[in-house]
Design a protein around this ligand. Sequence first.
Ligand code: GAR
Length: 207
Amino acid sequence: MKKIAVLVSGGGTNLQALIDAQNNGILKSGKICCVISSSKKAYALTRAQNAGIPAEAVSRRDYTSSVQFDEALLGVLERYGADIIVLAGFLCILGESVIKSYPNRIINIHPSLIPSFCGDGFYGLRVHEEALKKGVKVTGATVHFVNEITDGGAIIMQKAVNVQNGDTPEILQRRVMEQAEWEILPKSCELVCAGRVSVTDGVTVIE
Ligand code: GAR
């Protein structure tokens, strides 16, 4: 059974999807060992507490440099013995030391079909604003491994979602969450924990 650390920054609906998946058996090869929030006020912390999962905040503001922030994060991850890290709406960029410590063991959920609408500055509602501005008719979500390039790691799973007439960024965000994110994040997490995902030349193979 792999130990999963879930990193969050906000509402934590993707964390909730992971908790639900753990309870209904979709996520069975791993168990959430801790939730780490970049914000002390994140509702995700309350969700963790309600589920009886240890939760703490590691706030970037409490550290003078990103190197120190990364060290603090690594310290917490090691204390809980995390094997796999899931970025579930974690809005800080992870530093090299964290990424190098967990090669192909960090996964992220991004609310678009990568390589569209991704990279530096594309997070949260902003992604859906840009998709609507471009007028795409299909968007979706992507789960991928994290490497040193923002949203650049090997893709594990994607799911498409239709854009509809009259969509606002908020409406589209909710549909992408409901129809794609909350489904593919727990499924991908299970595949990674079960050791069914390998990476060759930047591309995943799923057994
Ligand atoms: C989700 O839509 C997630 O895909 C996005 O932030 C939201 C977090 O919601 N992540 C990114 O944009 C990362 N680049 P949640 O806190 O309710 O899970």
